[in-house]
Write a protein that binds this ligand. Sequence first.
Ligand code: ATP
Length: 142
Amino acid sequence: MKEISAGGVVYCKKDNQLLIQMIQDRYGKMTLAKGKMEPGETIEQTALREVWEETGITGTIKEPIEIIKYQYSKLNSGVIDKEVHYYLIEAASGELQAQIEEIRGVEWLNPIDAWKQQKLGGYHNNHSVLLKALDKLGIKVE
Ligand code: ATP
């Protein structure tokens, strides 16, 4: 079975400082907002809807970052081939609020801390997603 999700590296500018949104997912890992595509949606619409639903933030898409692929096993469905389309998304408005049915938490971190959290508790295939996003934003963390 195939599953397609979309989401993004969401950033905001506050007091001249750039902040990056990091999620703690329901499995306890640090990750990026994302969720499954629904019928009738474009993949960009999915990314923006999921960011809004999971974190309370509305945003605008700046550019695509990367499509990552992985597999996991689901009870009664077997192996799932998953594809996640990530975009660079600038936060436009909204109050940060985790939708607790879907994720454990969400926060704004400075880029150095976001990268630290990614390295410490993130999925390996999200490393390049975050690094590419930071690079597009003109930020070097290593
Ligand atoms: P969605 O947010 O797309 O609706 P979901 O919560 O239904 O997703 P996933 O986030 O893909 O599903 O999680 C399903 C399984 O895959 C979990 O075991 C999770 O830890 C694992 N997983 C999540 N993200 C990744 C990733 N980037 N790389 C590898 N495994 C991942």
